[in-house]
Write a protein that binds this ligand. Structure first.
Ligand code: GDP
Length: 427
């Protein structure tokens, strides 16, 4: 992906998240100098397999697993100090050096236990299928202009006063939501007293660090979390996340200008999954869904929740290609389809008497639509050992060619297993 004209690259998810971005970013991090997370929080997590070891990263960029690569948590992320410190300790416990390589934006918002309490209570009513990690309420506070930021840790007395007011507000909300749970202000102050200095030690003007790296000609990777269909503006609202997961969000959330981004790589599974509630047009029958789930190990990295599984949806992916301005594609989990035949690809939606190929905005249409499928031959042969396009069965290549044609975007990588060597790069 990187080259003389490609120094700043964004990696985004094309579907509903869990596309295998962790693995792709891990492979690309090998060539990067700086890796930046730009949105989201300590949610689902990216899974990276290193030899016999498996790492699940929640807030820290995947680049941390590569010695010498520096990592930034951008201003667009909501930082949970509690889980951040645990994540750092876990990585260090497993021999990953974090000190001196990880920095956090002082403009990032803090996610605190009262956000989690509010989310748990709201989820009972709204049933979005959130992870209960407080990410939604933390973003609500940010946009409601009552958020607390990393920089606020520099004036602890003033922060304490603000924090007490936030806790009072959270308790009023909890009462309105009809739950008995209340948040204890002293506990939240004590938590920040304990963890604040550790977070502050990592705090910098992250946009400046990114800018300087780009100016110096370093290779910078912007690592997105979740996927296009979970974007708060472009996703299946309201069953979405609370931030912009698409490439435009990368510039805002990292504190750089959009003009310095050279390429956008979209990561997509060879089929589709979705976790949580909400529209999913190409969802397979229970039997096929179960098959894909078992073969693909489709269970949440953090929560263990089974994912809903379906066929590749070209309407979704084309939409994602457009709103992200994708320059390249990475197809993951091709190996999962090795034993499935025939294969289906959704190429349009039949709704209200017409076939549409643009992703509809309204929930009503999404509910009424019927997917239009194209059937393709399965290849019924193992792909896990393929390292060049030519190593793949011809029917697997035909499948990839069809996806490429439908998306009008070149496939740059094909992943055929969990390990970092199980990938082929198309030159
Ligand atoms: P992310 O959030 O987009 O990084 O996705 P997750 O980490 O939640 O899920 C990806 C899962 O698929 C992880 O368990 C990966 O190890 C695994 N994975 C990634 N690429 C491949 C692949 O090409 N084949 C198979 N079989 N598994 C893969």
């Amino acid at each position: 992906m990187f080259g003389p004209d490609r120094r700043c690259v964004v990696v985004v998810g094309v579907q509903w998240g869990d596309e295998g971005k962790g693995k792709v970013v891990d492979v690309l991090s090998e060539q990067a100098d700086l890796v930046i997370r730009y949105q989201g929080g300590a949610n689902a997590g990216h899974t990276v397999v290193k030899g016999e070891d498996q790492f699940i990263l929640h807030q820290i960029p995947t680049g941390i697993l590569h010695p010498g690569v520096r990592c930034l948590v951008g201003n667009g992320v909501v930082v949970d100090p509690d889980t951040l410190v645990v994540e750092i300790a876990e990585l260090e416990g497993r021999g990953v050096e974090v000190e001196g390589r990880l920095l956090i934006s002082d403009r990032a918002h803090l996610l605190l236990p009262y956000h989690k309490a509010v989310e748990r209570a709201s989820e009972r009513r709204q049933q979005i299928g959130t992870t209960g990690r407080g990410i939604g309420p933390a973003y609500e506070d940010k946009y409601g202009r009552r958020g607390l930021r990393v920089a606020d840790l520099r004036d602890f007395p003033a922060l304490t006063e603000q924090l007490r007011r936030r806790v009072e507000r959270a308790n009023r909300l909890l009462q309105t939501l009809g739950v008995e749970e209340r948040v204890d202000a002293d506990e939240q102050v004590a938590l920040l007293e304990r963890l604040g200095p550790r977070v502050l030690a990592l705090a910098v003007d992250a946009g400046r660090v990114a800018h300087d790296a780009i100016r110096a000609g370093e290779r910078v990777l912007l690592e997105g979390a979740q996927g296009a269909l979970l974007d708060v503006d472009h996703g299946t609202y309201p069953f979405v996340t609370s931030s912009n997961t698409t490439a435009g969000g990368a510039a805002v959330g990292a504190g750089i200008g959009p003009t310095v981004i050279d390429a956008v790589l979209g990561v997509m599974k060879a089929y589709t999954t979705r976790v949580g509630n909400g529209p999913f047009p190409s969802e397979a029958s229970e039997a096929d869904s179960e098959k894909l789930r078992t073969l693909g190990g489709e269970f949440g990295a953090t929560t263990g929740r089974p994912r809903r599984c379906g066929w590749f949806d070209a309407v979704v992916a084309r939409y994602a290609a457009r709103i992200n301005g994708l320059t390249d594609l990475a197809v993951t989990k091709l190996d999962v389809l090795d034993v499935i035949a025939p294969l289906r690809v959704c190429v349009g939606y039949r709704v209200d008497g017409e076939v549409v190929t643009d992703f509809p905005a309204d929930a009503g249409r999404l509910e009424r639509l019927e997917p239009v499928y194209e059937e393709l031959d399965g290849w019924c042969a193992p792909t896990a050992e393929a390292r060049r396009l030519e190593d793949l069965p011809s029917k697997a290549r035909a499948y990839l060619d069809r996806l490429e044609a439908l998306l009008e975007t070149p496939i740059r990588y094909v992943s055929v297993g969990t390990r970092s060597d199980q990938i082929l790069e198309v030159k």
